[in-house]
Write a new protein. Sequence first.
Length: 54
Amino acid sequence: MNQNIEKQLQAILEVLFILTERADIQEQEIEILRLRVKRLEDLVAKLSEPQDRN
């Protein structure tokens, strides 16, 4: 019975590890999206500036 419990605990640990990895990946993806949004905002602001016609 101890082996069964150990196997179940190991399976739970593996699932927790996978979920943690996925959460880390999602955080990185969110940060990339934030950077892209910031870059787009900067581009829009630059395009909105009056253009010199000299």
